[in-house]
Design a protein around this ligand. Structure first.
Ligand code: GLN
Length: 507
């Protein structure tokens, strides 16, 4: 086969099944690519060449014996560093977890291993998944493969950049407010946030338990479906895991791949398309809507008036949950322990204070302060309680919208990738990136970001978001696949073939 790193996961799986290549060859090709470009991109915090090649050799042995563990057996994958991996560092992009080696695997990681996917390494992220640019990583930012001076989105910028730069055919991300979909949008990759509760959170280091969801990061909608089917389904170790089986997603992709959308009602959300969105983003979005209508879809304009309060509600609920979750990093149980130099006989509290001061970055501290404030007695009802009420109203907006439309459409992110450093000192500007992605997390509905072409003014990728009702993940895939077909025709090939920085491999 020609270039194994330019091949989709589905094609790699076919080639492995046909005996045209081996998992060791495929895995080595990706490790070589990581060696070539990751110095410039910094998608990975940890590369496990030895482990990945051992898993690849085991996969080849299974294939040779005619007993592959799954359809994707032997296809390598990268994993966001917020998921526990037995024997491999898991830092959540934070100094406070530097050197922590989990003694167990997250359920999704265990499922990858059982299915035979070699794990290439752990990907960079904003500290504890707080951010939209990966600049809040304690280990330095990830660079966008389209333009190394720009952000790859966040918090899962490492996973998205690894896939966009052909360092991995597949990756796992987590999406609490958009951290799979927004990096997908700004790197020209596909990102899916599944229905809340449909993928196990066991072993996912919690940011905000009521919002977090694991999901696929890929280059095609079909690859996302294959990965999603593999990691999804009930897990008794996660008390919020739902029992319904994951719908047939690959079938939905095949149905959508014809590009026919006859009878599908697409709702354009008035509140997610207007002021605050870059012109080039709006143009690409309008083009996608037009293509879908030409392909038979019926266009409905829907209004979700409560969505304008989503950002404010999210930035109370998330810090509240996060402040409680982060209390466990107390220098006693895991990771970093700092002894204060100026205290002769420090108490446990002194050690905790010094460790948390040194171990947490500014954004994490900001949210801990915000969260504890919102939960404090006297303010609880005014802030946290009020935000929960808004959350309910947002879900009602979704219910009403889904009576009129089968799926809802919007741009995934208001702008294309901005310059590194541009918003770092302005938390509100950073939070505004999540405008369109947050409502789905607040209500639990599934969503996908599909590459929608390049913005005219800067030549950078734009993402189109498709949302569907809870448990209708198959609808997200069907419509996502149709849009992918229509846009591939429109652009004369996959979007990533046009990425300039990737052609001459960055030094
Ligand atoms: N930008 C969001 C935040 O900072 C994304 C969080 C996420 O999805 N992990 O909270």
């Amino acid at each position: 086969m020609s270039d194994l790193t330019r091949t989709t996961a589905a094609q790699l799986a076919d080639a492995l099944a046909a005996g045209e290549t081996t998992s060791v060859e495929v895995t080595q090709a990706h490790l070589d690519r990581i060696g070539e470009v990751d110095g410039a991109i910094h998608a990975f915090l940890h590369v496990d060449a030895e482990g990945a090649l051992a898993q690849a050799a085991a996969s080849d042995a299974r294939r040779a014996a005619g007993r592959p563990a799954s359809g994707l057996d032997g296809v390598p994958i990268a994993v966001k560093d917020i998921l526990a991996t037995q024997g491999l560092p898991t830092t959540c992009g934070s100094k406070i977890l530097e050197g922590w080696i989990p003694p167990y695997d997250a359920t999704v990681v265990a499922r990858l291993k059982a299915a035979g996917l070699p794990i290439l390494g752990k990907t960079n992220m904003d500290e504890f998944a707080m951010g939209s640019s990966t600049e809040h990583s304690a280990y330095g930012p990830t660079h966008n493969p389209w333009d190394l001076d720009r952000i790859p989105g966040g918090s899962g910028g490492g996973s998205a950049a690894a896939v966009a730069a052909f360092e991995a055919p597949l990756a796992l991300g987590t999406d609490t407010g958009g951290s799979i979909r927004q990096p997908g949008a700004v790197t020209g990759t596909v990102g899916v946030k599944p229905t809340y509760g449909s993928i196990s959170r066991y072993g996912l280091v919690a940011l905000a338990n009521s919002l977090d969801q694991v999901g696929p990061v890929t280059r095609t909608v079909l690859d996302a479906a294959l990965l999603h089917e593999l990691i999804g389904g009930h897990d008794p170790r996660d008390s919020t895991s739902i029992t319904q089986p994951v719908p047939d997603l690959t079938d939905a992709v095949r149905l959508g791949a014809t590009g026919d959308l006859t009878g599908v009602r697409i709702g354009v959300v008035k509140e997610l398309n207007g002021s605050g969105y870059q012109d080039g983003v709006r143009q690409r979005f309008q083009e996608s809507v037009d293509l879908m209508v030409d392909a038979g879809a019926t266009l409905v304009e829907v209004s979700c008036p409560m969505f304008v309060h989503a950002l404010a509600a999210y930035y109370l609920i998330l810090p509240a949950e996060a402040s409680s979750n982060l209390a466990k990093f107390d220098a006693m149980r895991y990771g970093l322990r700092v002894l204060p130099e100026d205290i002769a006989d420090p108490s446990a509290e002194d050690v905790m204070r010094a460790s948390r001061d040194a171990g947490f970055g500014d954004e994490v501290k900001r949210r801990i302060i915000l969260g504890t404030y919102a939960l404090s007695s006297g303010y609880y009802d005014a802030y946290y309680g009020q935000a929960q009420k808004v959350r309910t109203l947002i879900s009602r907006d979704f219910d009403a919208a889904f009576e009129q439309a089968d799926v809802l459409l919007s741009p995934t992110a208001p702008t294309t990738a901005f310059k590194l450093g541009e918003k770092l000192d302005d938390p509100i500007a950073m939070y505004l990136n999540d405008l369109a992605t947050i409502p789905a997390n607040l209500s639990g509905v599934p969503g996908i970001s599909v590459p929608g072409g390049l913005a005219e003014e800067d030549g950078l990728p734009v993402g189109i978001q498709i949302l569907a009702p809870t448990m209708a993940d198959d609808r997200v895939y069907r419509v996502g696949s149709a849009l992918e077909t229509l846009l591939t025709d429109r652009w004369g090939g996959p979007l990533l073939d046009r990425a300039p920085a990737l052609k001459g491999a960055p030094a």
